[in-house]
Every structure is written in structure tokens, then in C-alpha cells.
Write a protein that binds this ligand. Sequence first.
Ligand SMILES: Nc1ncnc2c1ncn2[C@@H]1O[C@H](COP(=O)(O)OP(=O)(O)OP(=O)(O)O)[C@@H](O)[C@H]1O
Ligand code: SF4
Ligand SMILES: [Mg+2]
Length: 430
Amino acid sequence: MTVPAQSGGATLTEGAAPGETLLKVTGLQKHFPIRKGLLKRQVGAVRAVDGLDFEVRAGETLGVVGESGCGKSTMGRLITRLLEPTAGTVEFEGKDITHLGVGGMRPLRRDVQMIFQDPYSSLNPRHTIGTIIGAPFRLQGVTPEGGVKKEVQRLLSVVGLNPEHYNRYPHEFSGGQRQRVGIARALALNPKLVVADEPVSALDVSIQAQVVNLLDDLQQELGLTYVIIAHDLSVVRHVSDRIAVMYLGKIVELADRDQLYTSPMHPYTKALLSAVPIPDPARRGAKSERILLKGDVPSPISPPSGCRFHTRCWKATEICRTAEPPLLELRPGQRVACHHPENFADQAPQDTVLLTAAKEAAELVADEVLAESAETSAAVAAEVHGTVQDGTAQDGTAQDGTAQDGTVQDAAAQDAAATDAKGTAAADDK
Ligand SMILES: Nc1ncnc2c1ncn2[C@@H]1O[C@H](COP(=O)(O)OP(=O)(O)OP(=O)(O)O)[C@@H](O)[C@H]1O
Ligand code: SF4
Ligand SMILES: [Mg+2]
């Protein structure tokens, strides 16, 4: 899914040739202050993102995975500059954009777009689809050839929706259709980089695959570069060129997709992989490899010392508690932060005594326990690989476009939608 450059009048990634660095992040941090008392004194901080270093290459898909609360969305909002970093730098096409103001960011808003997690709350229920997809043109003061309406209708058909539904409202669409609307909005200004924050996790499995397929097709056609955020490895596996695994605000492993799946080096990656069974005959029945992590992710307000994973890692020794392992390229194309990596020479061989917690940290689980999850994973895999291609659009891309759910969830959802839409617009407007 790498390479391609243009189609249908959309010329993209002009600045960076395929494979060249499009976005570079160095030491990126976001600490949300915690304030208390009448004077709102800062008493601590949520260290949501705590020192990220990575780059995104033009034309590639970088998958970012990690458990809930590990800072994925915050990272996405930082690199799209919807949030101001606490420290570190973000470079886009070689230009430092970390602290660009409203005016400086305006041209960049065209190049970097975000697709939001929840298609139910990310579209303003009071606006028509036409208004929503046309908003980026108004915000940027751009008039596309043929006018906004014509361009919006073109975008609707690009994402598999009926252009005639220009005047319909979000509640008239199903979840999958709404996510297509979100994608159309993100594509309106021919972006170079699209950051998709859990674009399918709110959707049914079969619909997930269709939306993932759509993203994949659009990348082929338009030469887009993606950062796709997900909470497990089942979705990103099929679309990513490289994958970054996050834990508590840090990247613990960053590797080419195949390397990561066949030979994970960080114990946390290994646990994630075994918790999401991969429909791979070679792995089936490998009971002893299936690791279920115990305990919750620690709080990012006071993360564990040393390696942040040491409270849940079955390999943790004293050095893990005291010294933070740096993210090192231990194999070509595979960076990992661990003193005792899997499938590789021990980085701290002298340190052999396990921490007490390590013995309790993980449990091996039977295949049956994971059967349901395996089914889900297999269904996604089958669809993404095109084995289910009956052409019926289960997410309602079917030509009549009748909404399958037909209702806006509830008042709270509507408020959230309005707030989110406002927030997005405000951020866009910066
Ligand atoms: N605006 C904010 N103010 C304070 N804390 C925040 C804010 N946004 C996020 N956080 C905290 O930062 C941490 C990381 O949040 P983030 O939403 O980035 O995680 P995530 O990996 O996207 O999780 P999920 O998978 O649930 O979406 C969480 O502990 C969250 O509570
Ligand atoms: S072995 Fe140590 S350094 Fe590696 S992940 Fe486990 S706790 Fe962290
Ligand atoms: Mg999130």
C-alpha cells in the first residue's frame, strides 16, 4: 500500500518522495496539569505522552497500538497540532511546526487531517452532510473547481456514498456511513498526512473491514500517508507497513509489520499479540505462547519507575525497576526498549533474579478463552483480504442510503457531538 502518487486530480505528497520522512517527532511530551484548590494550584500532571521519537515516511501507514489510556489519541492530536506539546518537536516536511501559531498553521491544516474515533459524536447533528464535508473549504477560504457542492458530491462518491444525499443529516446514516463522511471531510483538501484515531473501533466487525478497505483503497489511489491508531493489533496488522506499540505514554517497540508479528521483541508486544489471536495456522494451538496480562495499566500521573511495564512484566528484574531502557534499534528496522528482549540477546544478562511481582504478572490462558476474539480477528482478516466481496454494503453504502439506525443516540450524545464538532472546527480554525 505504499508508493502511489496521484489520481483523479488529487496530487499528493509532493513535498516528500515516497519513503522519505514526511513527519518527524522528537522527544514529544504532553503533560496535562492537575489543578486543585481555590487558586487552582498545579498539584501534579497526567503524563499522557512522555517522550516519543518516531518518523512517518511518505506513502506509508504507521499503525499505533496500545491499551486504553496509553496516550494514543493525545499523540494523534499532538502531531496534527490540535494540542500544544509540553516539550519536544514536530517537524513536517522538514519544517518545525511545533509552536506555529494560528496563521502559521493555516496552510498546514490542508496537509494534515484527522479522522476521529466515534462517527456518532464527531459529526455535528445539526449540520447536513454537505455542510460538514464542505466545512474545510470554508475554513480555508478555498473554492474548488466547479464549486463546493460539486466537490462535496465527488467526495461522497469517492468514499462510496450516494452524492444525492448531500442534504441529509448525520442521524440518517449508519455508523459505517458516518465514518465515510468523516473520511470524506478529512480528504476534502487533498491532505498529505491523515491521522485516523481508532477509525473503526466503534463499528461492527464486518463494517470495520469495509472501512479499513476503503482507507486502503484511498491510499492506493491518492498516495496518502497514514497514521492509524488502534487499541489492538488485529486491525492495524492488515494495513500497516510499520507498527509502533505504546505503553503509558512511551513507544516500547517500533518495527516493520512482519518483524513485529513474527518476532516481537518487547514482552508487552508479545502479550498484545497473544491476547489477539492471529488466524495463522503456525500459531494455532500454541497454548504456552498465549499470555494474558494481569492488572490494570498504572496511572500516567505517577508512572512506575524504570521500565514502566515492570509492574506487569513476567520478565522484570531489579534493573527494570531502577533503569529506564532506551529505545534502541536492536535489529535493522526494529527498535525496542527492554533490558530483557524476546528473541534477542539479553541486554542485562547479569540481572537474573525476577521481581516478586513478575511471577504474578501474567497468566497463560487456554485457547477457548480467546476463541471469540479469534473469530473477530479472523472475520476482519477475511474481509480485508477480500474473501468476502459480495458487494452488498453492510454499512449501508447500498444505494438507497437508508439509515440503519435512524436515531441519534441520546441528548448526551448530541451534546458531545456538538461539543466535539465545535472543538474540531475551532481547532481547524486556528
Ligand atoms: N484534556 C485532558 N486533560 C487531562 N487528562 C487528559 C486529557 N486528555 C487525555 N488525558 C489523559 O491522558 C491519558 C491518555 O489519554 P488518551 O486519550 O491519549 O489515551 P488513548 O490511548 O487514546 O486511550 P483510548 O484507547 O481509551 O482512546 C489518559 O490518562 C487520559 O485520561
Ligand atoms: S523485561 Fe524489564 S525492561 Fe523489558 S519489558 Fe519487562 S520490565 Fe521492561
Ligand atoms: Mg483514544
